[in-house]
Design a binder for this molecule. Structure first.
Ligand SMILES: Cc1cc2nc3c(=O)[nH]c(=O)nc-3n(C[C@H](O)[C@H](O)[C@H](O)COP(=O)(O)OP(=O)(O)OC[C@H]3O[C@@H](n4cnc5c(N)ncnc54)[C@H](O)[C@@H]3O)c2cc1C
Length: 338
């Protein structure tokens, strides 16, 4: 097992923060992962599991052992009555997986194209975009339980997938390491394109009945146009979840701001656009130190270069406080802040 010491994570987080991992290794299979965990345990070191670092804000050097998941297996199973199973190792690049599935005529993931990160991190916050979520396809997750050392399969229900949420974010799930994800994809090419900006993009191109490849291309084009590329300006995508409020809270918001965008949920609650709240509060384009709020996307906090995770965390806390004061709505950060 190869362990690097005081290893820079600058190229392993999309904010580009220059922090060090006290110790760093990669694991490509269960035996390597178990060796790495035993190495840390024998030295009483904490362990941090890393994918591609696109949903992680490092505010300081990371103590202990950082294990980057490098499980790369990818299996396409024969179709059955309900679709076709695909099994992807935790270290498989998510966007590459989406492309491979399309090439093999396995459909559904096209709406989730160009989301940065690893397949293993996809269930952690139940990634979603353009009208789809991972939970629409996830049938099971292969995990290693750090407390017992057991390797087992969790089914869809056991993963407790919600809006940018899952078992893995809870206290009960924090010791579970995702080894692989099992998906059930469609073999019929019938993409879902009701999501407003996707439907508009197809419509303005004069496309009525798109195939999944066309949806994939439009999703990529919209994302490239709307979201800052971490290769050019450090960021972690949307920094805050869209808050879900009660009917009473919505009523009070609309009494002052009738134009506030809101979306009814199945349980009688309403989702509010966090980006609208942040823009309305005057934060869009705000800059402080080497960090700020993106000039075109109020939901995206950025590192202009040379900024730190601490600066981003402080800015995020200030925005949360301001939104709470102005709208009485609590914003929750989407990435993990460490
Ligand atoms: C430009 C940009 C756009 C984005 N757009 C979207 C979007 O549209 N929708 C969306 O949902 N997200 C989006 N994100 C967020 C991000 O892409 C996803 O959350 C992604 O799944 C993170 O993957 P990662 O491998 O980089 O995770 P990391 O940042 O490496 O890890 C995230 C968390 O998961 C844990 N983790 C990672 N791998 C494992 C594992 N194998 N087992 C257990 N725990 C693990 C880590 O410890 C950490 O707590 C965007 C990010 C960026 C930078």
């Amino acid at each position: 097992m190869q362990v690097s010491h005081n290893y820079s994570l600058k190229t392993h987080n999309t904010f580009g923060f220059d922090v060090l991992a006290e110790h760093f290794t990669r694991s490509a299979n269960v035996a390597e992962l178990q060796r790495a965990l035993a190495w840390a345990k024998s030295r009483q070191l904490p362990v941090f599991i890393l994918g591609a670092g696109s949903n992680s804000v490092f505010t300081a050097d990371v103590a202990g052992l950082v294990i980057q998941m490098d499980f790369r297996q990818l299996e396409f199973l024969a179709p059955n009555r309900t679709g076709a199973a695909v099994i992807a190792g935790a270290g498989v690049d998510w966007h590459w997986l989406v492309q491979q599935c399309l090439q093999k005529q396995r459909y559904g993931l096209e709406n989730l194209a160009l989301i940065p990160g690893s397949a293993g991190a996809a269930p952690i916050q139940n990634i979603g975009a353009y009208g789809r979520e991972l939970s629409d396809f996830l049938t099971a997750v292969e995990i290693l339980d750090r407390t017992t050392g057991d390797v087992r399969l969790l089914n869809h229900e056991q993963c407790l997938l919600g809006y940018r949420d899952s078992l893995f974010k809870s206290d009960q799930g924090r010791d579970l390491i995702v080894l692989a994800i099992h998906l059930n994809l469609a073999v019929q090419d019938k993409p879902l394109c009701h999501y407003a900006s996707l439907a508009q993009s197809l419509d303005s191109a004069g496309i009525d009945n798109p195939d999944s490849q066309t949806v994939f291309e439009h999703v990529c084009a919209i994302r490239r146009q709307k979201l800052p590329d971490p290769a050019e300006i450090g960021n972690a995508g949307s920094f805050f979840k869209n808050p879900v409020v009660s009917a009473d809270q919505l009523k009070s918001l609309l009494s002052n701001h009738p134009e506030a965008p809101h979306y009814p949920q199945n349980d009688g609650c309403h989702k509010i656009a966090a980006g609208w709240l942040i823009e309305k509060a005057g934060w869009k384009g705000y800059r402080r130190d080497r960090v700020g709020v993106h000039a075109d996307q109020a939901l995206v906090l950025v590192n202009h270069g040379g900024g730190s995770g601490q600066q981003i965390a402080t800015l995020a806390a200030d925005i949360q406080r301001d939104i709470e004061q102005k709208f009485h709505i609590a914003l929750e950060a989407e990435p993990g802040i460490y």
